[in-house]
Write a protein that binds this ligand. Structure first.
Ligand SMILES: Cc1ncc(COP(=O)(O)O)c(C=O)c1O
Length: 370
């Protein structure tokens, strides 16, 4: 087992203490909402029993409609992170070959590593606009590759892919007998239409998603997976029963109420994200120490300090955190150089985002050597 990335949790704002962070640009969701914000009303008569092992039926029906899937083709999990864990553990054996995008939400990479798999990383490159080159990814498939995992909108870069590339990749994976898992945790935050779901294209297509990011309710620990592969679904539900039996009936009732109003809730959220992205864009376009790939979806981006700036990144982060009260997600969270950092631009208030970014530029000026 490899637990070398445990420091991520120690450095997360929840563990470091929100009260210790003035300008929090680390978050990867929209602003957290209250029960009132999202209109949750819980009955005192809600029975606190073990729930349906697949997840609350009415919740699965709402999710099924989003994915053109039947209610028994949906499994509700404790966050999308549990879907990742269950799917990987249900499918993979030690030594299996998997192909995963890098950089990434660490669990996407660390779970198959901890299961003893051979993990090949498909690297997204700044110089290529962090774009997924689907032909290159397909060329990395081996006859024995068990699973490919991609994410869009992508964390930490905010880049999108296209319907054509998804369909091409799905076809290649199916022909190779390889599962394609698409992490659509940010799926509701595309700048246009959502892309077609691989779960509807092939029995090898698996989608996962979550309530956490777009609506901003990560405290309702609810995510899900969708697949039309009965054998896979049976393995995943058997794994889920070993881990937690079922989810929380309270969380699943809250998730049901929230998802039933999804379109209505998303409208003002998307408007708010657009305004915040405009603030960030204006700042990024009026400075000359950072470069970025402007995000095309989601709520995060992954800029870097320009190569010509000589800087000791430890001094920079010390200054950023302790002199200016700004926190971002350093590159090391994603196994990248600390000259990169993730900015979560939709969680802070607009003024916090603006001031946080201006302070970040000051921290570079304070610590640069040339
Ligand atoms: C790409 C991606 N997948 C999955 C998750 C897990 O989210 P949750 O368990 O809150 O649904 C995250 C969280 O940051 C993520 O960024």
């Amino acid at each position: 087992m490899q637990f070398n990335r445990m420091w991520i949790e120690k450095e997360s704002p929840e563990e470091y203490g929100y009260e210790n962070i003035k300008y929090n640009l680390t978050e990867s969701s929209t602003t957290d909402k209250t029960m009132t914000d999202v209109g949750i009303q819980l009955s005192q008569d809600l029975l606190l029993c073990y729930g349906d092992h697949l997840g609350k039926k009415e919740l699965r029906q709402v999710i099924g409609k989003m994915y053109d899937a039947k209610e028994d083709e949906v499994i509700v999990t404790i966050g999308a992170c549990m879907s990742l864990f269950l799917i990987y553990s249900a499918i993979l054996m030690p030594g299996d070959h998997v192909l995963i995008m890098h950089p990434n939400y660490p669990a996407n990479i660390e779970i198959p590593r901890s299961l003893g798999c051979q993990v090949d990383l498909y690297g997204l490159k700044f110089e290529e606009g962090f774009r997924m080159d689907v032909d290159q990814l397909i060329s990395m498939l081996r006859p024995e590759t068990k699973l490919v995992n991609i994410t869009y909108p992508h964390n930490p870069t905010g880049v999108m892919t296209t319907a054509e590339d998804i369909a091409k990749l799905m076809k290649a994976c199916e022909a190779n007998g390889t599962y394609l898992m698409v992490d659509e945790t940010y799926g509701d935050l595309t700048n246009g239409q959502r892309l077609p779901h691989v779960s509807s294209m092939s029995k090898y297509g698996i989608c996962i998603e979550s309530l956490s990011k777009a609506i901003g309710v990560p405290g309702i620990r609810t995510g899900w997976m969708v697949s039309k592969n009965r054998e896979l679904l049976d393995k995943v539900i058997a794994t889920k029963e070993q881990v937690c039996i079922c989810g929380s009936v309270v969380d699943e009732e809250c998730a049901y109420q929230v998802l039933s109003k999804r379109e209505e809730l998303l409208k003002p959220i998307k408007a708010d994200i657009a305004e915040k992205l405009a603030i960030l864009t204006e700042i990024m376009e009026n400075q000359n120490v950072l470069e970025w790939v402007k995000p095309q979806g989601g709520v995060v981006c992954f800029p870097r300090i320009k190569e010509e700036i000589e800087i000791d990144t430890k001094e920079f982060y010390d200054c950023l955190n302790h002199k200016y009260g700004v926190f971002v997600g350093p590159g090391k969270w994603f196994d990248m150089s600390d000259r990169y950092f993730r900015i979560g631009y939709a969680w802070p208030k607009k003024e916090e985002l603006r001031q946080g970014m201006l302070n970040l530029l000051k921290a570079i000026e304070d610590t640069r050597k040339n």
